[in-house]
Design a protein around this ligand. Structure first.
Ligand SMILES: Cc1cc2nc3c(=O)[nH]c(=O)nc-3n(C[C@H](O)[C@H](O)[C@H](O)COP(=O)(O)O)c2cc1C
Length: 224
């Protein structure tokens, strides 16, 4: 079982990094193979919105993203962590997310994988963005194993050690979800079906040339 841990915080040794280290240790002791990637260390360029990937399945930008996509495709699950900044997620993580939105999101390449989202906030805001973006919901539709979200004060007064029991539980749940292939909840199944209907009917079928690659992926899955 492979779990890819993505750290979307440019800050080294902060609260998020400490929690991700704890999760990595808990996952490893539960038998998972883990790899941690600090997105801020990579060469990740901004999506230029050319839509070429929708047609061809390939991005014209040359940087570290294709390698990360290959690692995400090979993983069974993800732990994704980033703090709240300006009521949303970090610029560093958002830049990466934009690059994979069509190639891994619209294509539904990650629909069978499980995600644990982790975020912290000084005082308030950003919980929805944490669930949606770090949990790879929205177009990605991964199966959400858990969300760990904590207000820590500014500068942080709460430490990763304070969250140890919650983090260990979340890691055990992620391992159990992946091992049992836990199905989506009824609500998540419904929302996935509605989303597929809307995207299929009002986007893909209306512009088959623009969405050629996505249509090919959906056909392979039997969704079109
Ligand atoms: C540029 C920046 C923007 C921030 N914006 C918010 C915010 O909108 N709301 C809030 O409560 N905390 C905000 N914070 C505080 C961070 O969420 C907090 O420091 C972080 O969760 C601690 O985790 P870390 O040590 O891993 O960075 C911000 C911090 C920075 C550096």
């Amino acid at each position: 079982m492979k779990v890819l841990i993505l750290n979307g915080n440019p800050k080294k040794d902060g609260f998020v990094a400490g929690c991700l280290d704890r999760l990595a240790a808990a996952l490893a002791s539960g038998g998972a193979e883990t790899e941690t990637v600090r997105l801020a260390d990579g060469n990740i360029r901004d999506c230029i919105g050319c839509f070429q990937c929708l047609r061809s399945g390939e991005c014209p930008l040359r940087d570290d993203v294709p390698g990360l996509i290959a690692r995400m495709t090979a993983a069974d699950g993800f732990v994704i962590g980033a703090p709240v900044r300006n009521g949303a997620t970090t610029a560093c993580y958002k830049r990466f997310l934009e690059r994979i939105t069509y190639l891994l999101g619209f294509s539904l390449a990650l629909e069978d994988k499980y995600t644990l989202a982790l975020s912290s906030v000084g005082f308030m805001g950003g919980r929805g963005a944490c669930r949606e973006h770090l949990g790879l919901q929205g177009p990605f539709h991964t199966r959400l194993s858990g969300v760990v979200f904590r207000a820590v004060g500014m500068p942080p007064k709460v430490t990763p050690a304070d969250l140890a029991p919650e983090l260990d539980r979340a890691a055990r749940r992620l391992i159990a979800d992946i091992a049992s292939r836990r199905p989506r909840s009824a609500g998540a199944r419904l929302s996935f079906a509605v989303d597929r209907f809307v995207v299929g009917r009002f986007m893909l079928r209306k512009q088959p040339d623009l969405y050629a690659y996505i249509i090919e992926c959906w056909k392979r899955k039997g969704y079109l």
